[in-house]
Design a protein around this ligand. Structure first.
Ligand code: F6P
Length: 359
């Protein structure tokens, strides 16, 4: 093995740089060169790249974001191009493969979530040697207990819930916090448990606002004149739909969710008479330096990815299984999303400590 490529695709998250650093250091140990493609698969299509040596990764362990750049709107199989003042889409996957061949890469390490790994899977079907590393704050990738970036996002969301508590209590208000997570409620659920939320609304358990109102009134009757409601962006009422913020044409995952928090807040204010405010935590969940946990997980994933490449285990993704690092086929990972089991232990734990899911 002489040369490997690497890219970071999809929405960024804390820990990407820690993975890159681990890959470059491990590759260097084995005298393997590393080529880093810029902005995810976009860099492969356009052949935008840089050499990554140990010098390039000095000091990046604790830095958020990614030194390579990322994109969650470029799909090589449906690539956006501006032609004659018009936006068009074309399959440029063969052009991307030619670039990989020109660099004489022994394999490409793809650090990404569901959308990026689905593109990777399409390249695998065309014969490209790929190793995957599971990334996303959403923690919605199958085949791994945890994606890196998730635990840092939980810390950020938990901190927000704690801060909302003090102002909610002072003003006797309902505070609604909308968090990310797409079609999975992992962030809302785990931050809700860690931050002491009263209500958690997640996509996997469609809610009924009357039940949320009942919980708020029960609290009021116990002298608790404030409530904290954590809403996942993908949550929806039993008799309604998810709230879509925008459609990003050409993206591997075109639907961007958002806005349910504002809707829940205004409905609750009308139904309870409590003054209500909404906070949308947004991209703060993706920013900043990785937690110690994520630095360790990201480093383990980076080292394991190079080991898989050395062993010739192409088409596999590194994964956390309990406390061990293992590997699973990317073909299995992209089959279905990992969502919160509605009757699982975490939901039961939340219910036992008094959290309502609005049902
Ligand atoms: O997948 C990560 C994520 O942050 C989701 O939680 C969120 O729905 C989406 O990306 C937001 O995407 P964008 O950065 O395009 O707004």
């Amino acid at each position: 093995m002489k040369r490997i490529g690497v890219l970071t695709g999809g929405g960024d998250c804390p820990g990407l740089n820690a993975v890159l650093r681990a890959i470059v250091k491990t590759a260097d140990e084995h005298q393997i060169e590393v080529i880093g493609f810029r902005d995810g698969f976009r860099g492969v299509v356009l052949n935008h790249y840089l050499r990554l040596t140990p010098k390039e990764v000095v000091g990046i362990l604790i830095k958020g974001g990614t030194i390579l750049g990322s994109s969650n709107r470029d799909n090589p199989f449906h690539f956006r191009i501006e032609k004659d003042g018009e936006t068009q889409y074309a399959d440029l996957s063969d052009q991307a493969i030619r670039h990989l061949e020109q660099h004489e890469l022994d394999c490409l390490i793809v650090i990404g979530g569901d959308g990026t790994l689905s593109c990777a899977h399409d390249f695998i079907k065309k014969g490209v040697k790929i190793i995957g590393v599971p990334k996303t704050i959403d923690n919605d990738l199958s085949g791994t207990d945890l994606t890196f970036g998730f635990m840092t996002a939980i810390d950020t969301a938990t901190d927000a819930i704690e801060k909302l508590h003090t102002t909610a209590e002072s003003h006797h208000r309902i505070m609604v916090l909308e968090v990310m997570g797409r079609n999975a409620g992992w962030i809302a659920l785990q931050a809700g448990i860690a931050g002491g939320a009263d209500v958690v609304l997640i996509p996997e358990i469609p809610f009924c606002l009357d039940q949320v109102v009942q919980k708020i009134m029960e609290r009021k009757n116990r002298g608790r004149h404030f409530s904290i409601i954590v809403v996942a962006e993908g949550a929806r009422p039993q008799d309604g739909e998810q709230v879509v913020k925008r459609i990003v044409e050409g993206s591997p995952e075109p639907v961007r969710l958002g806005g349910i928090g504002g809707k829940v807040a205004s409905d609750l204010e009308a139904m309870t008479g409590f003054e209500t405010r909404v906070t949308v935590l947004g991209h703060l969940q993706r920013g900043g330096k990785p937690s110690a946990f994520d630095r360790i997980l990201a480093s383990r994933y980076g080292v394991a990815a190079v080991q898989l490449a050395l062993e010739g285990k192409f088409g596999m993704m590194t994964s956390l299984q309990g406390w061990e690092i293992g590997a699973v086929p990317i073909a299995e990972v992209v089959k279905e999303l990992k969502t919160v089991p509605p009757e699982g232990e975490l939901v039961k734990t939340a219910r036992s400590i008094g959290i309502s899911f609005g049902v």
